[in-house]
Design a protein around this ligand. Sequence first.
Ligand code: NOJ
Length: 547
Amino acid sequence: MTAMTTSPDWWRDAVIYQIYPRSFADADGDGIGDLPGVVSRLLHLAELGVDAIWVSPFYVSPQHDGGYDVADYRAVDPVFGTLGDADRLIEAAHAHGLRIIVDLVPNHTSWDHPWFQAALHLGPDSPERACYLFRDGHGPDGAEPPNNWQSVFGGPAWTRVTEPDGRLGAWYLHMYDTSQPDLDWSSPVVRAEFESILRFWLDRGVDGFRVDVAHGLVKAPGLPDWEADPEARTRPPMWDQDGVHEIYRAWRTVLDEYDHHPILVAEAWVEPPERLMRYLRPDEMHQAFNFEFMFTPWDAARLRSSIDRVRTASASVGSVPTWVLSNHDVVRHTTRLVMPPAASHVRGIGPNDPQPDEAHGLRRGRAATLLMLSLPGGAYLYQGEELGLPEHTTLPDETRQDPTFGRTLGQILGRDGCRVPMPWEELAPAYGFSSTSNSWLPQPPAWAHYAADIQQAVDGSTLEMYRRAIALRAAHGMGAGELTWIESPAEGLLAFRNADITVVVNTGTEAVETSDLGAVLLASGPVDVATSGHIALLPADTTVWTT
Ligand code: NOJ
């Protein structure tokens, strides 16, 4: 356990661990994880060596989108605990040397939020209507939606309301589920409310905010129709509008009033990297997830050019890249990297789909992890990846809870497969996730083999590989290092120096003979190390760190 640094730049090389609280640890036995459960497992994270945790939403919510539909931003949902539990979590995280980042969901509220309820029940003239994007419909009687926008979760992005007098009335915009009405960020009331929410949590001691849909808050004036046209490369009117930046500049001034150096991290699905970097100008946010790297295929040349593009773009605004391979929205990287591109991570994987090769996925996933953790910049881990968890690819349809599944009538299976509760103990009920055998999504029997307790202190286990990688990365200053490419004669090899370490990744399908790489510090898979401590052959789908 190490003490937290006091540096304002702590985030630049930090390893931050994402907790999806529904699925992390369940202290009260109802089958849904909770905040006391998180507290009970903090030692695991301190021993893993991460610098901070990011906790996905735990606020009052009807849970139509796993808590990303917030009804009260200043209270904890009873399913997760109480505000007192949140305070205890903040304190306990700090006592373990971990900073804590919470999720902020500013693009939309839940339809249960008091503003939206007032907007519905007090009618068109209520001030609360101005907090959302209500518009009259087109066509006779306004029966057609105001524009042609589609929800990210499928189906139209508009829903028509019944006014208090019983007549069909205006429509409201929801870029996600019907239960998630978009806020109107031109409203000063909305702006003031969110600055107050920031202060509420900063005053309680949190170290930052992961900003949900950071690219979506401002819509183009007039909400024009839009057809996706990959050739034209026009910016969609609902995403990445220039007006978002003044919001983040205002938030940054709020954060900068606090002397414990809290940060903002953007969830912004924005391309190209140069556009994403606008969120990271010195007076805006600190970090933005590098989704381009996440979805780069397992190919040395493409990885190198993706890494370079982001490094160059980050440097242009004085920032650093933020690497990530998995989160609660995408197929876990141990599975994704051995599935056909695009098919799996957009749609999800179900029992009727071709099934991934689990052993191959783990081998490649571990190699990708050692690549990610060797790169300069910050890195985010998603709960369970330190155990090598694969995606759950055979969830029965009737257990699925992602709103995407229902809204697309099962065409898109959704994200439940990466949200299955953690296996902590091989032989305990629900593998130690819950004190009972309850688990809100079923855990596959094979997960017994991934349980944390049986990987503990086992040489070569995925858990021990992560621990060692994080420790070496810190000891050698790799997060704050400089990357220098080593030109490699062999196709499929990616090689570079960072700090005093050489990193070599074999993304090919065959073992490759290597010239002298130096002594092996860490390898993602089995390698033959000669008595000299050196290796001469690097197997496929393997990363090594050498000196
Ligand atoms: C991004 C979150 O990560 C995802 O889980 C959520 O469904 C959408 N934003 C909508 O809030």
